[in-house]
Design a protein. Structure first.
Length: 343
């Protein structure tokens, strides 16, 4: 449908509303503006975006002339060929708006970002191309996995308000979750509504509605390590620097190896036949013992980035069992990473 490449522009009630959809996700955004005459039109989203993003004038005037959109500023004018607004698909709605969850939009964005650190699109397993959104009445749990790593973020009842205690579990499409994390920038509340097949996210200016995925999320609780052979306590920023440096020499394998270092340290190293080898001695406190374990350095880095500043805990196991990254102070989040299997 060519019309889906357009954005619907509506001027009424002293505001300008922009609407876009791909039939899976729909978004409506309200802009403040002075409306001299009400009207509507659709225009090519990509072309309109390029024009607006390159304008330096503070004031922009939009007007409709038949099937054309006129854009005028003090120093610029353009005429875009548009399409009548009645050809634009109507966004679906949620009928029951009495039941909702409300929380701070920045907290929700940060929580979504934390879960997304382990997400990746999968054509073979579509259910993994999602964030598993679970509501238990007194807590919200967001989970994502690509089968090599897994992240879980929990929000407790002090973090949100809910007009319902009805529990539910849904698969929020990964593209929707990424879009939410991208657009939620302003402080203020966000309300979340749902029905059997859709979820609506509403802020003061934005409505984003999305279809939900069908399928069953894997029983991820079974892979969460209950104990570790060693716990390494390290500074997050130092750890990030060490992993990035070691990763430079990992070559196509993207493999870095962790092993006990001299004294109170952790050795992070990599080698490649074509590039050479390197190692970094990271100050760290280790409780317990482990031999050595290898990880994809990019996945390890993504997990460490989500840790809070200063110290975090890295739980390690031998025998090709998963590792876990978590905060000492915040039990609401963890990141699990499978090692690179040996033998």
């Amino acid at each position: 449908m060519p019309i889906l490449k357009n954005v619907l522009i509506e001027a009424k009630d002293n505001k300008i509303t922009l609407t876009a959809t791909n039939l899976e996700i729909g978004m409506r955004y309200d802009l403040a503006g002075k409306v001299n005459k009400e009207g509507s039109i659709t225009a090519p989203a990509g072309l309109l975006g390029q024009i607006i993003s390159n304008l330096s004038d503070e004031r922009v005037e939009l007007s409709v002339d038949g099937a054309s959109l006129n854009i005028t500023t003090d120093s610029y004018k353009a005429n875009l060929q548009g399409t009548p607004s009645d050809e634009f698909p109507i966004l679906p709605t949620i009928e029951n708006v009495a039941e909702y969850i409300e929380l701070d939009s920045i907290l929700f964005k940060e929580s979504m970002d934390a879960a997304l650190s382990a997400a990746q699109f999968s054509e073979l397993r579509p259910e993994l191309s999602s964030v598993y959104f679970q509501f238990f009445g007194d807590r919200i749990v967001l989970v994502a996995t690509d089968s090599f790593r897994l992240a879980e973020k929990t929000l407790v009842n002090k973090d949100f308000e809910a007009s319902t205690s009805v529990e539910f579990k849904v698969l929020l499409p990964l593209r929707t979750a990424q879009e939410l994390a991208r657009i939620l920038k302003a402080k203020g509340p966000i309300k979340i509504y749902r029905d059997q097949s859709q979820m609506l996210f509403r802020t003061e200016r934005i409505d984003l509605i999305s279809r939900l995925l069908e399928g069953t999320f894997p029983d991820y609780r079974a892979v969460i390590p209950k104990e570790y052979q060693a716990e390494v306590l390290a500074d997050r920023d130092d750890f990030l620097d060490a992993v990035k440096l070691a990763g430079i020499m990992s070559g196509a394998s993207s493999e870095v190896t962790l092993r006990p270092g001299a004294g109170e340290s952790l050795e992070i190293s990599s080698r490649d036949e074509k590039l050479g080898e390197n190692s970094y001695q990271l100050p760290a406190k280790t409780k317990g013992t482990f031999k050595e374990v290898s990880f994809n350095w990019k996945y390890l880095l993504e997990g460490a980035k989500t840790m809070p500043p200063k110290e975090f805990v890295l739980g390690l196991n031998n025998d090709n069992k998963p590792a876990i990254l978590k905060s000492r102070q915040d039990a609401s989040y963890f990141y699990i990473l499978m090692p690179i299997l040996k033998g």
